[in-house]
Write a protein that binds this ligand. Structure first.
Ligand code: FE2
Length: 136
């Protein structure tokens, strides 16, 4: 459902791999929601928690590279990350959504769409900057 595409590549392999993992976790959640397993919601909760934690880890990784190489839009980019983490924190009360597949899918769509737009707009802006600075 959420597929990483070559056009999402920011030229830094480690970051591309982290973006792929975010999509991968999104797909795992989506597939769980769609499954008929009656205990699925415990699994869904766990994977959402992982997605949340992995997003934090990924943002910190990106920001540490920006800081290291004095990226000009570091603070602006960091603010954008922070806003998204705040949105995720505010969504944490999953119990309200837990028996509503549609609400969960809507939430998941919001999360993955945000990530996709962020990659294509804001992350792309550091592509050229990191080129030749970071290999691999
Ligand atoms: Fe970013």
């Amino acid at each position: 459902m959420f597929n990483w595409k070559e056009e999402y590549s920011v030229g830094v392999k480690a970051i591309d791999n982290q973006h792929k993992e975010l999509f991968n976790l999104g797909n795992m959640i989506y597939n769980k929601i769609k499954s008929n397993n009656k205990d699925k919601m415990e699994d869904v909760k766990l994977i959402i928690k992982r997605l949340h934690e992995y997003t934090i880890y990924h943002f910190e990784y990106e920001e540490s590279l920006m800081e290291k190489y004095n990226y000009r839009d570091y603070f602006q980019h960091q603010n954008s990350h922070k806003d998204f983490i705040d949105a995720l924190d505010n969504m944490e009360d999953l119990d309200m959504l837990i028996n509503q597949d549609k609400a969960l899918v809507d939430m998941l769509n919001f999360v993955l769409e945000w990530i996709t737009k962020h990659i294509l707009k804001e992350d792309m802006q550091y592509k050229e900057f990191f080129l030749n600075k970071i290999t691999g």
